[in-house]
Design a protein around this ligand. Structure first.
Ligand SMILES: *Cc1c(COP(=O)(O)O)cnc(C)c1O
Length: 220
């Protein structure tokens, strides 16, 4: 199957309200261009330097999503162009994004990453930390960022019941935050689901799936 075939097949199966992020990390620009020519405009990368190199080379109507863990000192390299940062897991990072976005007169959309897995190696906030950050966002009026939703990664396991439970946890946190109205608007995005579990994620309420290998093939 070609990249184009993979992409069109997956797209045709997604519900209308679910946004597809084509995760192109480690793949060459020629592969990304195949997806672009098949209509894809949202690409996800996990390294800022790699994303920036691709941004420089590729058409400017692409929306670049940073899906990896972000180091505070590297935010400046993507502040000019990044359209959504998925993995925000601290107030300090959010404040730095705000500062760098201001330099470019932009508002950068962010997702707060929640810790839903049973793996020490994964990053993310718990519910208390999430609420604390949202209160500060609301009161400090960080003008150059907007928290538009939540992101989570399930445990790397074959146990579908466990993955489902983790996704449902994220969905219930999302619903709770919206019902509490800590910020004066509704969060709209739940970014959850990858190649192996996106159907389950959608069943559990995902509105944004991050799919790499099912589109571009396995990574080395
Ligand atoms: C690599 C990656 C993906 C895509 O993974 P696939 O299994 O290739 O679909 C999704 N989300 C994040 C955060 C990733 O790092």
């Amino acid at each position: 199957m070609s990249i184009k075939d993979n992409l069109l097949r997956i797209k045709s199966q997604l519900p209308e309200n679910v946004i597809l992020v084509a995760v192109s990390k480690t793949k060459p620009v020629s592969d990304l261009m195949e997806a672009y020519n098949a209509g894809q405009r949202i690409f996800g990368e996990n390294k800022i330097q790699e994303m920036t190199e691709k941004w420089e080379q590729m058409p400017k109507d692409i929306q670049w999503h940073m899906i990896g863990h972000v180091q505070t000192n590297k935010v400046k390299y993507m502040a000019e162009y990044v359209s959504l940062i998925h993995g925000v897991d601290s107030l300090k990072l959010l404040q730095e994004i705000n500062k760098q976005a201001a330099k470019h007169n932009r508002i950068i959309d962010c997702l707060l990453q929640m810790y839903i897995a049973e793996e020490e190696t994964k990053f993310g906030l718990d519910e208390k930390e999430l609420e604390d950050i949202l209160h500060i966002v609301q009161n400090d009026k960080l003008q150059n960022i907007k928290v538009v939703g939540l992101m989570g990664m399930a445990t790397f396991t074959d146990n579908q019941t466990q993955i489902k439970m983790e996704f449902l946890n994220l969905k219930s946190t999302f619903d709770k935050i919206n019902s509490l109205s800590i910020v004066n608007y509704q969060l709209s995005i739940i970014s959850m689901g990858m190649s192996g579990d996106y159907n389950l994620a959608i069943e559990c309420g995902s509105t944004m799936v991050r799919i790499g290998s099912s589109i571009f093939g396995n990574r080395k």
